[in-house]
Design a protein around this ligand. Structure first.
Ligand SMILES: *[C@@H]1O[C@H](CO)[C@@H](O)[C@H](O)[C@H]1NC(C)=O
Ligand SMILES: *[C@@H]1O[C@H](CO)[C@@H](O)[C@H](O)[C@H]1NC(C)=O
Length: 818
């Protein structure tokens, strides 16, 4: 079955359906995966926000059965547009809270209404666009909305139990046969809206007065699409105030088209106030007859849309004649005929004595000025081919309040400004979706003073448009133009409340200096990189802001703005935080502004300098303190010496080791220091198996002390001198003599180890001891530390100086020599 155009008022008449339709439309465009994530979030959200509403949308998910994993709290379930072929009581049994069930566009052939007997709350059931042939009737709940339209029923699916549905507001039916008796069970109900879809079937039997007993305010009858209109069906339901008829094909033989008879029948009905015809294929002459019938009826409003015209052009002028019509709407007309005398059409329309006229989607090129003062209040000429000459210098549209010229061929804004000059009552003007521009040099600015709402969106206007705006305008829509800057010197628009400048190239938020009353600003999709921060201060009246999707530059300057945005409530900035992302720098691209944090330090130069200086000072102070506290220089010196000795040891030539040596070291000291040598030095060296030569211990009788010492030196790999003031005074001269004699200071320098046991003041060294002085100055001595903690390092250093690694070689040479 063909899909029919669903009338607007039908969609909006039942709120749950409308709400979920919008939600669904948003969701369906995303991928399946996303839908699931969204739903999870959405379910959680709704659960938190409102216990009484729990919406689940599983439409278009390829389901073949009602899903089993539904929350027991589900109140609205949308499983439309799937492949579900049956519904059983176990499917919905547990959903005791279910109020709205949308099952449209599935493959259900049979319905047993008793499956819902446990769903006490269910009041909205949509089973439209399935393949239902039969429903089995049972006493049922109090439904408010029941939709069985666009199914495969033969007879009307009206059970006698429907007679108890006293709350029923909407009933959607479909059938190929109509019988007066089948409507009987619901004749006493007062239903707001009935949709009746007549199926394509060649054997259709329709009793002409089948619908007479229907009791509804609004009736919408959808006729079969495939055939010429051949019904003699009286659609003039006595209670109906609004009537809509869809799918009317009267092309071949005008006099065999019963449709005009159907309309003539309607003409007499005093209650009928509005008639809408949809999807019509007919000739010019039939169209003219249809409009004329409406014109001479008692109706208030007549609409006709989606019209396809054939045959010869013919149009009569009836616009002058009296009518009770207040509103006429003609939308979406396509004609096969090209030679149309449009002037008669313009004249007819412009001279109509009605309040509302819509002529839209008709490729109309022009519209003339009414010849007398016109009662028009509302004119909608959108989606035509009108040019700037429309209503040029027209002084008869003085009552006109609303004019829409959107989607036409308008070019110069100056012409339109001039056009409004004579429209003394004009409050709303829509000239969006044209090619309007406003040149710099224009100096006419004669907007109708009465204008309150002006829609100039989707044109090619630039900054200059702000030089001429209606002085009292409250709502100004300029989105999708070429504005780069809102000049500061614009004439102040004291009344402006809503400004939409989205999709332009603005670089900053406007202040509210010139727009004192501004309460809603839409400025998303522009080029704002670092918005001014005083925006919220200057715009005290602001109730709603949308400024997302701009290329924000996430630097220090943005922090204030982010802080402001975070502070104002969500109701004010209604696209925060999701539409606000960093665009620059590259490292932050895509991050939500909400999550962009930069330390106060890196944004404040003074603070930065102060911090660096403080840090350096603190560091220096701590280093100094540590040096002092732990005697760091001493450690450094010791470690330096240690590494030097190790390096030197590696370079010791082999032949040197093969000298005839017996000892690792010879120790010389003053008798005053012998306690230290015996208790500290010797045990520590001999612990490491070092052979030590002491001149008193290894004394060779018969030799002088000096000779003994010299023997000791010659048999030892190293010579350790324990230096102290005592030593200088008593012992040094022995060695000075020896060294001077053997000229050993240079050759044997490596073999000397000086241990400074106690500090030796410079002055206490006799003048003649040059060598000692220079050795001391070169600091090539190991200093005995008084602190116990440093002793380990001292011994390690000393052992390294003696070079314990050579022990084996020394031993070997000892062995061979003995
Ligand atoms: C005329 O149009 C206005 C604005 O759309 C609307 O509010 C009013 O109901 C219409 N009048 C009739 C009789 O349809
Ligand atoms: C202006 O017209 C556009 C479409 O042409 C529409 O989307 C927009 O909502 C209108 N603005 C106002 C404020 O009505």
């Amino acid at each position: 079955m063909d899909l029919l155009i669903c009338p607007d008022d039908l969609k909006s008449s039942n709120y749950p359906r409308k709400v979920s339709y919008q939600k669904m439309a948003q969701i369906k465009s995303r991928t399946f995966h996303f839908v699931i994530i969204f739903l999870l979030i959405y379910e959680v959200k709704t659960q938190i926000s409102d216990e009484s509403e729990f919406l689940v949308d599983r439409s278009k998910t390829g389901l073949t059965h009602v899903p089993k994993d539904l929350s027991l709290k589900t109140t609205t379930l949308d499983i439309s547009q799937n492949n579900i072929s049956e519904i059983q009581s176990s499917d919905v049994l547990s959903l005791s809270k279910l109020r709205v069930l949308i099952l449209s566009h599935n493959r259900i052939q049979y319905l047993d209404i008793s499956v819902f007997k446990f769903n006490q709350e269910l009041e909205h059931l949509d089973l439209s666009h399935n393949q239902l042939r039969t429903i089995s009737c049972h006493p049922i709940r109090n439904f408010k909305h029941l939709d069985f339209s666009f199914n495969a029923f033969d007879a009307l699916p009206i059970c006698k139990e429907f007679g108890n549905l006293s709350q029923l507001k909407f009933l959607g039916l479909s059938a190929t046969q109509l019988q007066k008796s089948s409507v009987q069970p619901i004749a006493h109900l007062n239903i707001s809206q009935v949709l009746l879809v007549l199926g394509d079937s060649y054997g259709a039997k329709v009793e002409p007065d089948s619908l007479q007993d229907l009791n509804t305010r609004s009736l919408h009858v959808v006729f079969p699409t495939k055939k010429e209109f051949h019904f003699i069906l009286n659609v003039s339901v006595s209670t109906a105030v609004n009537l809509e008829l869809s799918n009317i094909k009267c092309v071949l033989h005008d006099n065999e088209c019963y449709f005009l008879d159907v309309l003539l029948e309607l003409q007499k009905k005093p209650r009928l106030s509005s008639l809408t015809l949809n999807n019509i294929e007919t000739t010019w002459s039939t169209l003219l007859s249809i409009i004329q019938i409406a014109w001479h009826s008692n109706m208030d409003s007549f609409s006709i849309s989606n019209v396809r015209l054939q045959g010869q052009f013919g149009f009569g002028d009836f616009g002058d004649s009296d009518t009770s019509l207040k509103a006429l709407s003609i939308q979406q007309v396509i004609s096969d005929v090209f030679s149309i005398s449009q002037s008669i059409i313009y004249r007819t329309f412009s001279n109509m004595k009605i309040q509302n006229l819509t002529v839209s989607g008709t490729r109309m090129l022009h519209m003339v000025c009414p010849s007398q003062v016109s009662p028009f209040l509302y004119l909608d000429f959108s989606n035509n081919l009108l040019t700037d000459t429309v209503f040029n210098n027209c002084k008869t549209l003085t009552a006109l309040k609303t004019l829409s010229l959107k989607m036409n061929q308008l070019k110069q804004l100056a012409n339109i400004i001039l056009m409004t000059k004579e429209m003394k009552s004009l409050q709303q003007l829509d000239i969006s979706q044209n090619s309007l521009r406003y040149d710099e040099y224009e100096n006419t600015c004669s907007w109708a003073e009465s204008l309150l709402s002006l829609n100039m969106s989707s044109n090619t206007l630039t900054d200059s448009v702000f030089r001429c705006l209606p002085p009292k305008v409250k709502v100004l829509d300029l989105h999708n133009n070429r504005i780069t800057n809102i000049p500061k010197d614009v004439t102040s628009l004291e009344s402006l409340q809503e400004l939409n400048v989205a999709f332009n190239s603005l670089a900053d938020l406007p202040g509210c200096g010139t727009f004192r009353s501004l309460s809603a600003l839409i400025i998303d999709h522009n080029s704002i990189s670092h918005p001014t921060t005083d925006f919220f201060q200057s715009c005290q009246e602001m109730r709603s802001v949308k400024a997302g999707n701009n290329p924000f530059q996430c630097t220090c300057e943005l922090r204030e703005f982010i802080k402001n945005m975070d502070q104002v409530s969500r109701e004010v900035v209604w696209d925060w935080p999701d539409s606000y992302k960093c665009h620059y720098p590259e490292s932050h691209k895509g991050i939500l502004l909400k999550d962009f944090h930069v330390s106060p330090l890196s944004c404040n130069t003074t603070l930065l300098i102060v911090t660096i200086v403080t840090t350096v000072l603190v560091l220096a102070a701590s280093v100094t303190f540590l040096c002092w506290y732990f005697d760091l220089p001493w450690y450094v010196r010791m470690i330096c010496q240690w590494t030097q000795t190790r390096r030197r040891a590696r370079n010791v030539p082999l032949e040197e080791l093969q000298r005839n040596l017996q000892f690792h070291a010879f120790i010389s000291y003053s008798g005053h220091d012998s306690a230290w040598v015996k208790n500290e030095l010797l045990p520590n060296l001999e612990k490491e198996n070092l052979q030590i030569c002491l001149h008193e211990r290894n004394f060779v009788p018969g030799k002088s002390i000096v000779e003994n010492i010299i023997t000791c030196i010659e048999k030892s790999y190293k010579s350790i001198f324990v230096l102290s003031p005592n030593f200088i005074q008593s012992e040094w001269c022995h060695y000075e003599l020896y060294f001077a004699h053997h000229n050993l200071f240079h050759a044997a320098f490596d073999n000397l180890i000086l241990v400074l046991l106690e500090p030796i003041p410079q002055y206490s060294i006799p003048h003649s001891y040059h060598k000692l002085k220079s050795l001391m100055e070169q600091r090539t001595y190991l200093k005995w530390p008084t602190e116990k903690s440093k002793h380990a390092l001292f011994w390690a250093n000393l052992r390294a100086a003696i070079n314990v690694n050579l022990r084996n070689e020394v031993k070997e040479t000892n062995d061979t020599s003995s």
